[in-house]
Design a protein around this ligand. Sequence first.
Ligand SMILES: NC(=O)CC[C@H](N)C(=O)O
Length: 246
Amino acid sequence: MTITKEIVVGALALQGAFKEHLDYFQKVIELHPQQYNHYSFKFVEVRTESELNNCHALVIPGGESTAISLIAERTHMLQPLLDFIKDESKSVWGTCAGLIFLAKQLKNGKVNQKLLGGLNVQVVRNAFGRQVNSFESKLDFSSFIKDCNDFPAVFIRAPVIDKLLTGDVNEKDEEEDPNIIKSLNNYNNKASLEVLYTLDNFDNNNNHLIVAVRQGNKLGTSFHPELATEDYRFHKWFIDEFVLSK
Ligand SMILES: NC(=O)CC[C@H](N)C(=O)O
């Protein structure tokens, strides 16, 4: 007798590229039927508290972080999302605008923009200069995704992570910048914060731009793996490492 476990992965469907994420997850299962035959996966759009609470894992898509925050507030989804983030059994992945929404601090947000605070990082929106607002780059992710040394990472008006935070409420902020937006709750992710990928010497500047981090079961990427043409490896890794490893 085969035991089938139902697993629900949601994409926050308030604004942005949520459909693409769901299609990519579906594709991963279709391409590896043997590997996942003990599971019954459901990939769902999430707009309400009850839809959210059915999920084992959630993706917050790219789009516009100010719009996602505003719509979440208007549709009374902020509190359910804050509760979801706190639940250690739930994995969450934010891409681009989703990374911004998931961060603990934001340097150049809009007034009233809200953050969930699941990742102990400070982000900067639209961090790549105007002339390179959008670009694609083949990146070597083989240090965390087996053999994945040529992933086509798509950056669209992308944020970068400009500071790793301790998460301590008493943490001193040397910048004392009143414009820095802080997350709504005082949830402190206790897992260790790992930098997964840094873009070095971007634009021939001697910089190290952090574009992917992991903190326990929370993942943040500046780029859009759901827009990598016919490349489903990143989504497979999320399912294997974050959803099924629970
Ligand atoms: N592709 C994206 O998600 C862009 C993010 C957008 N610049 C923001 O600040 O929300």
